[in-house]
Design a protein around this ligand. Sequence first.
Ligand SMILES: Nc1nc2c(ncn2[C@@H]2O[C@H](COP(=O)(O)OP(=O)(O)OP(=O)(O)O)[C@@H](O)[C@H]2O)c(=O)[nH]1
Ligand SMILES: [Mg+2]
Length: 203
Amino acid sequence: MMMIKSAEFVCSNTKMDKLPPPLLPEYAFIGRSNVGKSSLINAITQRKGLAKTSQTPGKTQLINHFLINKDWYLVDLPGYGYAKTSRDNRAEWGKFIKKYLFSRENLQCVFVLIDSRLKPQKIDLDFCYMLGDKGIPFILIFTKADKQSHLKSDQNIVLFHKALAQWFEEIPAHYLTSAENRLGCDDVLTLINDVNLKFTIEH
Ligand SMILES: Nc1nc2c(ncn2[C@@H]2O[C@H](COP(=O)(O)OP(=O)(O)OP(=O)(O)O)[C@@H](O)[C@H]2O)c(=O)[nH]1
Ligand SMILES: [Mg+2]
């Protein structure tokens, strides 16, 4: 299992050319606003204040890079589907997030966070289809498992898989997690560790 020896905030950006050089493997957390992206980054790294969290949706507004063990990046992204954001803001979100997702060379995997308490939501399914369409590999992370029974979470996971199965031949791997009790966090780290070992810089 991977130990977290260091976790440092590097920078916040909306501009691709200001991101850290793409020389280390990188993993991005994305999902609906308030789904628990920043909280999960803190739980995974066991650093409570590393990524800023809030009860109010729309907290994370930029592409935030964190350097872990001086060896790989975790990226906290702004959430989608935040109703209070103006239409201009939302268009802006789409633009820079898509540019990031489609062109970041060292991006190894996108973690799409889904609230495990909810039945499949169109906005999440649409986001998954969009990634699939662009050939961007992703993994599903169901969040906030501590808020209900395991059975309920599993039912929602099955429903989500069924919805995806209409479009995908291969259903992406998934994890059930909680930022509250760290359920699933070490499994996510193990996956990251495995991918890190295979990382090579392509020229
Ligand atoms: N019980 C419980 N609460 C959680 C969990 N993860 C997040 N929360 C709560 O959900 C709220 C939103 O968490 P954030 O981590 O800020 O969510 P986010 O996805 O980063 O939100 P944006 O940055 O606005 O897109 C906070 O009040 C967290 O305390 C969890 O696993 N269990
Ligand atoms: Mg956030």
